[in-house]
Unconditional design. Structure first.
Length: 255
């Protein structure tokens, strides 16, 4: 009542507002609950309420509760949680990350990458925690997650070696896109039979580039591109042994 007829609502006492629907509608008793000056707004709202109630017919069936967010009308915590995100947009990569054939910690890392929550130098610099945002590996650009995983000259050489070894260079080219956007675009260009293996390869190489960055930053340990590719090959074999076997299709091509 307060939402559809605010003027009428203010003219009904609190005691009258607790009246049962059946009692209020009997012989239009609800009209007598409205007390006060009949302004034009009140008259308009009363007329509208009367027209709405004229089509209402009560029966003897008991009231029931129905949850409109599920097909069967039964409440579930999952549907209530999903309702919190009505109207929200979802990045294209979001629905794929947690379905990847990769260790959970790697999927978690790419979840942080998707939301730009990795503590890169550029992010610390933007928070006033660094005096410079240069990337330690190349010192040519800001250390963003996209630069680490794809745009850096070091990352490009590692990717070139991996794609060449996996015989994917005819399908995949490295450009200036964001890392996740590049992954999705490259995924679509590949034959369907190669897509699951490439997805795992993207996660493997990206994870290895992130660990290389951490080794350089915190441990002063540097790997050359050929050395990192060898480490990628070794870790990929470990992934396959742990059950993430879709990657084996491409790893068997590595020399």
């Amino acid at each position: 009542m307060q939402e559809i007829a605010p003027a009428v609502h203010t003219m009904v006492s609190k005691r009258r507002r607790r009246t049962m629907v059946a009692a209020a509608m009997h012989n239009d008793a609800w009209i007598n609950h409205v007390r006060g000056a009949l302004t034009m707004q009140v008259i308009v709202e009363l007329d509208w309420i009367y027209d709405l109630l004229e089509e209402v017919v009560l029966n003897d069936e008991p009231d029931t509760f129905k949850w409109n967010l599920t097909a069967d009308g039964v409440y579930s915590a999952a549907s209530a949680y999903a309702a919190m995100f009505f109207g929200c947009s979802q990045p294209p990569a979001a629905k794929y990350i947690w379905k990847m054939t990769a260790p959970p910690k790697v999927c978690f890392f790419f979840g942080l990458t998707l939301h730009r929550r990795c503590w890169t130098v550029d992010r610390r610099w933007r928070h006033g925690l660094q005096v410079s945002n240069a990337y330690i590996t190349c010192d040519q650009a800001a250390e963003t997650i996209d630069h680490i995983l794809l745009s850096c000259c070091y990352a490009r050489e590692v990717w070139h070696r991996c794609l060449s070894a996996a015989q994917l260079q005819a399908f995949v080219t490295i450009d200036g896109e964001g890392a996740l956007d590049w992954w999705l675009a490259s995924h679509k260009r590949l034959p369907k039979a190669l897509r699951p293996a490439f997805d795992s390869l993207f996660f493997l190489v990206g994870w290895s580039l992130w660990k290389e960055r951490n080794n350089r930053t915190f441990n002063a340990i540097v790997s050359t591109p050929p050395e990192l590719v060898q480490l990628i090959w070794t870790e990929g074999r470990s992934w396959c042994a742990a059950g993430f076997s879709k990657l084996r299709l491409l790893l068997d091509l590595f020399s």
